[in-house]
Design a protein around this ligand. Structure first.
Ligand SMILES: Cc1cc2nc3c(=O)[nH]c(=O)nc-3n(C[C@H](O)[C@H](O)[C@H](O)COP(=O)(O)OP(=O)(O)OC[C@H]3O[C@@H](n4cnc5c(N)ncnc54)[C@H](O)[C@@H]3O)c2cc1C
Length: 507
């Protein structure tokens, strides 16, 4: 019996995971990437003794999520670092909230209750006045908290509400996060925090982000309580998968771009590379995203509505970054990162991304990876990566806008850590064009297609394409989740789907 011949296009988390799983299950896998390195957006590079993520990564369910599941199936070498406090939220520019694991952690619950109380007082008229006290009593959040037993009761109630019922979550796919939240509270600070959370989890504004998708992702993270990072920076994930695949006999070809997906009578037959080589395949799995995959298949081979939709789907925003290599450890916030929640109207918080301006207050997603993984730099040195939402378009002309956004973020960073600016050895930055070049797509999106109302749940593009034996894997397709975990979950599903197809036995 001959082995199923599988060609995977792309070594992003989804492609690398699918390749390792298929090889482990007895297929004969060749994986290609146009880049000279492994990992797509989950790549890390080395510079002057630092190992630096080309993105800025934290992993929602770490050692308990789909990334770890693939590693354990294929026998990979991935190891996780899971600190109790992974990040610190800075709210209204002054309150510091450690995000502790588990979420019931008493330190976190007490701080959260204090901050929520102070914010309610501020927005509803102040502690001293009778009208202030009355407004607090009438505030919907306050009523829920009173009924359910304080802030921990509220959190428990929220978890109960959404965690047990997948059908309910599906209904929420067609509701925006903002509208869902307004059903509970109009507390400004809570809306600001949730708008921030929607952006960080899905790279989309909460005014359009799908509530079903975001709640699913959040609740999975809360339950797992294993938010963390892999040892050796983000690249350790795709590298562990590819090394496992190679140990099992699979073939990796870097700097090899697929140019065409070969199709005969509606069935895939192989891949043609940019230099004209034809690689025959029983199955092709594309990690290049639905848009580029449709282009490689060709309009004439696809149903018109599929081809059109592939071009109409809206992507997530980009996250652009500036990285600071520091000569000594001068930023200390007791965790692996700072999330600055902008003190702005949550409805318009991210309008700057589309209208070419800079925000009044900077949304910052700042990771200090050397706080958790001490092997990412020489002893005593520190790495900070500061990230902010940036334009979707990967066109070079967006570079100036990206610069201006990052300048604003830098001002905020220096206001929190004034000593940083005197200890910088070097900085590098990544913009939307950088990610577009990395993935080969016209957009610099950080996730893939946006997890917005109309594009999640049953509306999401499927792993199976209209072409027989051509499958998609990666951020654009399949199930639910956050960034890399969405891609990994798709890899698990695609390999199950292919191996369950009786047509593939006895190849
Ligand atoms: C700044 C930033 C911060 C992020 N933060 C987080 C985070 O904290 N947590 C998280 O989970 N996620 C995060 N993400 C998202 C995460 O990085 C992505 O969702 C994930 O890595 C995408 O994986 P993928 O499988 O879709 O593959 P991709 O990364 O899209 O890789 C696709 C690969 O296919 C290759 N390819 C494309 N076309 C061809 C072709 N024709 N021939 C050969 N190869 C081809 C590309 O070269 C690339 O290597 C972040 C992203 C960015 C940019």
């Amino acid at each position: 019996m001959s082995k199923l011949k599988v060609v995977v296009i792309g070594t992003g988390v989804g492609g690398a995971g699918a390749a390792a799983l298929m090889q482990h299950r007895g297929c004969d896998v060749t994986i290609l990437d146009k880049n000279p390195y492994i990992g797509g957006r989950c790549h890390s590079f080395e510079k002057d003794g630092f190992i630096v993520d080309s993105g800025i990564h934290m992993f929602s369910r770490g050692r308990k999520g789909p990334l770890a599941e693939i590693n354990s199936i294929v026998g990979g070498d991935l190891r996780w670092l899971t600190p109790r406090t992974q990040i610190t939220f800075v709210i209204e520019g002054k309150y510091r909230l450690p995000y502790c694991q588990p979420i019931y952690d008493p330190e976190m619950a007490m701080k959260l209750a204090y901050i929520a109380g102070m914010s309610t007082l501020k927005s509803l008229g102040g502690r001293g006045t009778a009208s202030g006290r009355k407004s607090i009593m009438n505030n919907s959040l306050f009523r829920i908290m009173k009924r359910e037993g304080g802030i921990t009761g509220l959190i428990r109630e929220m978890i109960n509400l959404v965690s047990i019922n997948e059908i309910y979550l599906c209904e929420l796919d067609d509701v925006t996060v903002m509208d869902f939240l307004l059903g509970f509270t109009d507390n400004l600070m809570i809306h600001q925090v949730v708008a921030y959370a929607a952006m960080i989890l899905t790279s989309t504004p909460y005014t359009v982000c799908s509530a079903g998708e975001m709640l699913w992702s959040m609740m999975k993270q809360v339950y797992a309580s294993s938010f963390g990072v892999p040892e050796g920076a983000s690249r350790a994930i795709p590298v562990a998968y590819i090394e496992a695949m190679q140990r099992d006999g699979g073939d990796l070809r870097l700097s090899t771009a697929a140019d065409e997906i070969l199709v005969n009578n509606g069935e895939v037959t192989g891949v043609k590379t940019e230099n004209g080589e034809e690689i025959p395949a029983d199955v092709v799995i594309s990690n290049a995203g639905i848009l580029l995959t449709s282009e490689m298949v060709g309009e004439k081979n696809l149903p018109a509505d599929y081809y059109r939709r592939a071009h109409e789907l809206k992507t997530s925003y980009s996250h652009i970054t500036r990285k600071y290599a520091l000569s000594s450890k001068v930023a200390d916030i007791g965790s692996n990162g700072v999330f600055n929640v902008p003190d702005m109207d949550p409805e318009t918080m991210f309008d700057y991304v589309d209208n070419g301006t800079v925000p009044d207050d900077a949304y910052m997603f700042t990771s200090i990876p050397t706080e958790v993984d001490h092997n990412l730099a020489e002893p005593g040195r520190q790495l900070i990566i500061m990230g902010m939402p940036g334009p979707r378009s990967g066109d070079k002309s967006t570079a100036d806008h990206c610069n201006r956004i990052l300048e604003k973020g830098e001002q905020k960073l220096f206001s929190y850590f004034p000593r940083v600016k005197d200890h910088i050895d070097w900085t590098v930055q990544t913009n939307s064009h950088y990610y577009s070049h990395m993935t080969g797509k016209p957009t610099g999106d950080s996730i893939g297609i946006g997890q917005i109302v109309g594009q999640t749940g049953e509306h999401k593009p499927q792993i199976k394409t209209p072409i027989k034996n051509l499958y998609l894997v990666g951020g654009d397709v399949g199930g639910r989740g956050i960034g890399t975990e969405l891609a990994a979950a798709g890899a698990l599903r695609v390999s199950d789907l292919i191996m369950a197809d009786p047509a593939h036995y006895g190849v």
